[in-house]
Design a protein around this ligand. Structure first.
Ligand SMILES: [Zn+2]
Ligand SMILES: [Zn+2]
Length: 210
């Protein structure tokens, strides 16, 4: 698997391009803004799907543009559909670089579902808390977790937004930290990457939550 992480938009959302090198098939995760840059990066690959880790506008803002350009299915957990056309964002599309309304998902993510790109398999782990539908993508061979806003370097996702739930977040974090080993690379929804081991040792929120 080849992974390219592009920070996009005002809020620096980490948009991930996951490429299966053998087949050239690619998946884009969280195309929140900067669609033209994402399209340029996809030039040599065959895009086969668009995934949103969750329904916040900064993560789904350019799903519409990419769907129209490539005509591929959009995957998201159905519990987040209520977020994708939240009226609080109306009028702010330009500032956040979004093309709204985001379309509804064509394929609903669910826990333990697998998305296959040639020889690369991504397993879905449903980890609610930041939003009810937040899903991580895990690639076993490279031990890479795309975590959306579940976990950050030194932090965790906020639980005070609509649909947020502290208890659910705590259970999701417990699950991730019991299932995954310390050398798993974590691509967070914003800012720097980290590892499970680094967060297990140094993340002050986890000490309180786990
Ligand atoms: Zn979010
Ligand atoms: Zn976010």
């Amino acid at each position: 698997m080849l992974l390219k992480v592009l920070p996009v938009g005002l809020l620096s959302v980490n948009c991930s391009l996951i490429v299966d090198e053998g087949s050239g098939k690619a998946l884009v995760v969280d195309p929140g803004a900067d669609a033209q840059r994402i399209i340029r990066e996809l030039e040599n690959y065959e895009l086969v799907g668009i995934v949103a880790t969750h329904g916040h506008i900064d993560h789904v803002g350019q799903v519409k543009t990419l769907k129209e350009r490539f005509n591929v299915p959009f995957y998201m957990h159905p519990a987040d559909t209520f977020l994708i056309d939240d009226p609080i964002w109306h009028g702010f599309e330009k500032q956040i670089g979004a093309n709204l309304p985001c379309p509804e998902p064509d394929i609903e993510l669910k826990d333990q579902m697998e998305i296959k790109l040639g020889d690369t398999t991504l397993r879905i782990i449903h980890t609610p808390g930041h939003t009810p539908g937040l899903c991580c993508l895990y690639e076993e061979k490279s031990k890479t977790l795309i975590a959306g806003d579940l976990l950050f370097r030194g932090g965790v996702g906020r639980w005070d937004l609509p649909g947020g739930d502290l208890n659910a977040l705590r259970n999701s974090l417990r699950r991730i930290f019991s299932e995954l080993e310390d050398d798993v690379l974590v691509i967070c929804g914003h800012y720097e990457e980290t590892t499970i081991g680094q967060e297990r040792k140094f993340n002050p929120y986890l000490r309180q939550l786990l």
